[in-house]
Design a protein around this ligand. Structure first.
Ligand code: CTP
Ligand code: ZN
Length: 157
């Protein structure tokens, strides 16, 4: 261990989300619905040194294994992230994330007239019409947004 190296403990059980672009860890937490009500222990490093990325963020969620649908939502803001499922201190599984076919709830439609902004019963829903580059289309009003717009329109951010 080099002097000054930042240490976050290994976890016994749970999920480690690694290789998050620097500064996006809190957005990842938001996408996963993790807020002040969470009971699990969460640790996070923002701006960790990374050989491949320069800087990166890391999120560790103890005693919760992300489902692949949850992991895929992360692809929206961190397509290069690696999801490691930890069991008894070992990496039991590395999940590949892929941009999902559709995205419900987490992104607010930027169109103020969209029904999803005017009816509490209507949850937002976007179809992914292109994955690279990311282009999403509101299933209610047809508004198209790219990944930058999506980041700005994250309902949780
Ligand atoms: N990790 C952890 N607790 C464990 C095991 C692993 O927090 N009990 C973390 C590691 O610190 C690392 C990530 O989970 O951030 C992936 O672990 P590992 O596959 O061992 O590391 P690398 O080989 O560096 O991963 P990659 O190939 O994805 O770079
Ligand atoms: Zn809309």
């Amino acid at each position: 261990m080099k002097k000054g190296e930042l240490i976050v403990s290994k976890i016994m059980n749970g999920t480690v989300i690694d290789h998050i672009p620097a500064g996006r860890a809190t957005v990842v937490l938001g996408i996963l619905g993790i807020d002040h009500t969470i009971k699990n222990r969460i640790s996070m490093v923002i701006n960790a040194e990374s050989k491949s990325m320069g800087k990166k963020d890391i999120v560790k969620i103890e005693n919760r294994e992300l489902k692949s649908e949850e992991a895929d939502m992360i692809a929206l803001v961190a397509p290069e992230a690696t999801i490691n499922i930890i069991r008894n201190y070992e990496v039991a599984k590395k999940m590949k994330i892929k941009v999902p076919e559709s995205i419900a709830r987490i992104i607010k439609c930027p169109n103020p007239l969209c029904i999803t902004n005017n009816d509490v019963e209507a949850a937002s829903r976007f179809a992914v019409i292109s994955k690279n580059p990311i282009i999403l289309k509101c299933e209610y009003c047809g508004t198209e947004i790219d990944d930058r717009d999506a980041l700005n329109a994250l309902a949780c951010g």
